[in-house]
Structures are given as structure tokens and as C-alpha cells.
Design a protein around this ligand. Structure first.
Ligand SMILES: NC(=O)C1=CN([C@@H]2O[C@H](COP(=O)(O)OP(=O)(O)OC[C@H]3O[C@@H](n4cnc5c(N)ncnc54)[C@H](OP(=O)(O)O)[C@@H]3O)[C@@H](O)[C@H]2O)C=CC1
Ligand SMILES: CC(=O)N[C@@H](CCC(=O)OP(=O)(O)O)C(=O)O
Length: 338
């Protein structure tokens, strides 16, 4: 059994990691770390988790507690893992980090989009981008992986094969994406309370959402990205538009996606526009795309569960690769529907 420690175990992503690891054949969650909930039994913190995991106690992080740990899964607020990643790697643990700390390759980009200097720029080169569909071999041999953000994962899966095939102008991309409220984390905030979110649909982060940088880095593109908050618990739907580089049949982008993802266990190419419910609770992603001859534009859509392929599922998919396990161990592509 691979012994895993979870940092941020008391958060929403931590809860989803634990739900998935409870049934994982080869990775066991053995040490759980939190902050304000340190000292509490996991069953109190995450009522959806059953014994034996529910009997474990959430601890405050201590490097010595990583003795005997093979794998660290970190789901911490931005800025926290760059303080400790060096020591974790020094100890010889494999690390999958979900925060944004090690996603952007250029520390200047991090400073620009996150408003503070990077505290461990010397470690950036050691992290491989955690989207297995595009970085599988590098992830297999990596000690450290920076799992992609939720909006970027949906967007990159929908667009990258089309950009790589030269079908769309990378300078013309517009992304409108909507997220479920769990994407904002567990902390109570006025903007995510039930009475504010229910029956409403709102855009936020106009012109400056930090995920723009991650999408632009992955696609080599210039992107106008507008995130939205949708009145649902889980899910992200990204609707992406770009100017086509030439005339083509309406289904040519769909064919490109089909070839790109033909052998992928978690990415399904659909003729129909995908719904977030198709992938809720799973590590699945569903994408589709069309060319519109009337406007000369390509539209591409991607649906994921923000806590699944957008977070915990993708982390486990990366960890499976890093530890030589079956990439799909403990993961499903099918959502909870209806
Ligand atoms: N939610 C989502 O869909 C996605 C989230 N992410 C990213 O994953 C990370 C975790 O997200 P999420 O689970 O939603 O967030 P939550 O707010 O739900 O959980 C945060 C976790 O971090 C712990 N924590 C908070 N402050 C500190 C600190 N100073 N030192 C150590 N631990 C701390 C919390 O502990 P405690 O509760 O005990 O105080 C909790 O376990 C974030 O970086 C987020 O941006 C990425 C993709 C999708
Ligand atoms: C609905 C909502 O608020 N979503 C979050 C994004 C999700 C997230 O956790 O950000 P990282 O992927 O960078 O870690 C937001 O827009 O800030």
C-alpha cells in the first residue's frame, strides 16, 4: 500500500480526496492535516466519510509526521504549499499540489496574477503540469506535479487539440465558464451563501481572473476569460470561442477532438453539448466542438466536476501515474445522473 498524507484534508477538495481514497485499491490516506479543524476526528469534519477513515484525527502539519509517507496530496490555499514544498521533496516524498503555487512557470507571472512574490521560485522547474492527457510521460517520472486549476482543466481539454491542429487563431480565444459553488471552497462567504446564489447567475473576476494566466500558458494563446457562479453544488461548463484559421466542415473540430482523445480513459467526445451532471462525482470530462461557417468561428465546450477532474480526481490520476499504478485506479468516468 502507498501511504499518503493529505494537506488540507478538512477542506472540500480534502473531503473529495478522502471519498475517493476510501475505495482506492493501492493508496491509503494515513495522515490528515488541517488548520482550524486540527484536533477534530475526520468523521466530525466530513460526515460523508465512514470508518475506518472517519476515526482518524486531523492534525496540524509537522514535517516529522511525514516519516514513512510516500505521497503528499496538497489542497491548500494559494501561497501555503510554496512554504513547505521544498522540505517535503527533500524528505523524498512524491508531491501532487493542487494550489496555484507551482502551476505558472514564470515567477513574474505568479507575482502579477496573485499579487505577491513567489517564495520558492527555485522549485518551479521541478513541477510537471498535472493534466495527464497532455503530460502523461513527464508525470510518470516526476517527483512533483502541479495539478491544473478547475476552469483551466475544462478549457484546456476543450481547446488544446484544436489549437495544436492549427484550426483556431490562438489570439482570438474567448472563454465563458460557469462553476458550481463548491469551487469557492468551504469557508463561509456572503457571495456564496444560499440566499445569494439560489435562483441567480452571476459573472465575476472581469478581465483579471487568475486562471487566465494558466490557460494562456497551456495554450500559447491570448484569452479573454469570464468566470460565472452557477446555482449548483458541483460542476464546471466552459464554453470557448475562437476565430477559425480557415474554412472547414462544421464537424472538423469534432473529428480533431475524437482523434486526440480516442484512447483517453476519462475524456469523452460527445456530439451533443455536455452537461455538468454527466460527470458529477466522477473524474470524467466531456468535450465537443463545431465550426460555424456563418461567423467563421469555432465553438468548443468542456464539462467536468470541479471537485473531480478539476481537483481531487485529477490529483489521484496524477498520483497513480507517479507511483506506477493503473492510471484509472480508484477513479470513475461516469457521473451521478440524474
Ligand atoms: N474547490 C474546488 O473545486 C477547487 C479547489 N482548488 C484549490 O484547492 C485548494 C483547496 O481548495 P478547497 O478544498 O476548495 O478549499 P477549502 O477552503 O474548502 O479548504 C482549505 C483547506 O486548507 C486548510 N488550510 C487553510 N489555511 C491553512 C493554512 N494556513 N495552513 C494549512 N492549512 C490551511 C483548511 O484547514 P481547516 O479547514 O482545518 O482550517 C482546509 O483543510 C485551493 O488552493 C483551491 O483554490 C483547485 C481546484 C478546484
Ligand atoms: C466558484 C469559485 O469561486 N471558483 C474559484 C476557482 C476555483 C479554485 O479553486 O481555484 P484554483 O483552481 O486556482 O485553485 C474562483 O474563481 O476563485
Amino acid at each position: 500500500m502507498i501511504r499518503a498524507a493529505i494537506l488540507g484534508a478538512s477542506g472540500y477538495v480534502g473531503g473529495e480526496l478522502l471519498r475517493l481514497l476510501a475505495r482506492h485499491p493501492a493508496i491509503a490516506a494515513t495522515r490528515l492535516f488541517g488548520d482550524s479543524k486540527a484536533g477534530q476526528k475526520l468523521g466530525q469534519v466530513h460526515p460523508h466519510i465512514a470508518v475506518p477513515l472517519a476515526d482518524l484525527t486531523v492534525e496540524r502539519f509537522d514535517l516529522a509526521a511525514l516519516d514513512g509517507i510516500d505521497l503528499v496530496l496538497a489542497a491548500l490555499p494559494h501561497g501555503e504549499s510554496q512554504k513547505i514544498a521544498g522540505a517535503i521533496l527533500e524528505k523524498g516524498c512524491k508531491l501532487v499540489d493542487l494550489g496555484a503555487d507551482f502551476r505558472l512557470h514564470d515567477p513574474q507571472d505568479y507575482a502579477h496574477w496573485y499579487g505577491e512574490p513567489h517564495q520558492a521560485p527555485e522549485l518551479l522547474g521541478r513541477f510537471v503540469t498535472g493534466i495527464p492527457e497532455f503530460h502523461r510521460d513527464a508525470i510518470r517520472s516526476a517527483q512533483a506535479v502541479a495539478a491544473a486549476g478547475c476552469y483551466p482543466t475544462a478549457t484546456i481539454l476543450a481547446l488544446k487539440p484544436l489549437v495544436d491542429a492549427g484550426l483556431v487563431d490562438p489570439a482570438s480565444i474567448i472563454v465563458d465558464a460557469a462553476s458550481g459553488v463548491s469551487g469557492a471552497g468551504r469557508g463561509l462567504k456572503e457571495g456564496t451563501s444560499y440566499n445569494v446564489v439560489e435562483g441567480s447567475f452571476v459573472a465575476y473576476g472581469l478581465l483579471n481572473h487568475r486562471h487566465t494566466a494558466e490557460m494562456e500558458q497551456a495554450l500559447g494563446a491570448t484569452i479573454l476569460f469570464t468566470p460565472h457562479l452557477a446555482p449548483m453544488t458541483r460542476g464546471i461548463l466552459a464554453t470557448c470561442y475562437a476565430t477559425a484559421t480557415r474554412d472547414m466542415g462544421p464537424d472538423e473540430p469534432l473529428s480533431v477532438l475524437r482523434s486526440a482523445y480516442a484512447d483517453e480513459p476519462f475524456v469523452r467526445v460527445s456530439n451533443e453539448p455536455p452537461a455538468t451532471k454527466w460527470v458529477a462525482g466522477s473524474n470524467g470530462a466531456v468535450v465537443t466542438a463545431r465550426y460555424d461557417p456563418r461567423t467563421g468561428r469555432v465553438v468548443a465546450l468542456g464539462a467536468i466536476d470541479n471537485l473531480g477532474k478539476g481537483a481531487a480526481g485529477q490529483m489521484i490520476q496524477c498520483a497513480n501515474l507517479m507511483t506506477g499504478l493503473d492510471e484509472a485506479a480508484g477513479l470513475a468516468a461516469e457521473g451521478v445522473f440524474p
